[in-house]
Design a protein around this ligand. Structure first.
Ligand code: FES
Length: 148
């Protein structure tokens, strides 16, 4: 009689223990997921240096238009060095063109005008043209673009 009661209570004890362990593990995982949900996601932008050519390939007097990693850019030698501008107008995103004679970027959509430093000087554009970082390593010129 005592042996049966011992087996039943041992069985009940083990069963309850496993259930408590499972419940504790489940609640712990739920709590962990909940904390992950509450914490802000920290997404870091990734940039890549893309080779755009040799410094000798880039015109001293004219702009060089190209597309790298899906971004339309224009390279221009200025008094402060080589600059890579986005061709996307800061008004509504039309593509600006370089007017060599006037030394200005012109937007065909609403006649927005930027000077050779990318500064908005006329029309609706609210701010200067965006820039990309230019890195020169020896003769090679790289432009840093966001890849992710
Ligand atoms: S989109 Fe360029 S001026 Fe409007």
């Amino acid at each position: 009689m005592g042996v049966i009661n011992d087996n039943i209570s041992r069985r009940k004890f083990l069963s309850s223990s496993f259930m408590a362990l499972g419940l504790g593990f489940g609640l712990g995982m739920f709590g962990l997921r909940f904390l992950q949900f509450l914490s802000p996601k920290t997404k870091t932008d990734r940039f890549e240096e893309i080779l755009v050519g040799s410094i000798s390939d880039i015109s001293d007097s004219d702009a060089t238009v190209m597309e790298i990693a899906g971004s339309k850019i224009v390279l221009l030698k200025t008094d402060t060095g080589l600059v890579a501008f986005s061709r996307k107008c800061t008004d509504l995103g039309c593509l600006v063109s370089w007017d060599k004679a006037k030394e200005q970027f012109i937007c065909p959509c609403h006649q927005g005008i930027y000077d050779r430093n990318g500064k908005n000087i006329a029309g609706p554009p609210p701010r200067p043209l965006d820039r990309f970082q230019v890195v020169q390593k020896g003769e090679n010129v790289y432009v840093k673009v966001k890849t992710a």
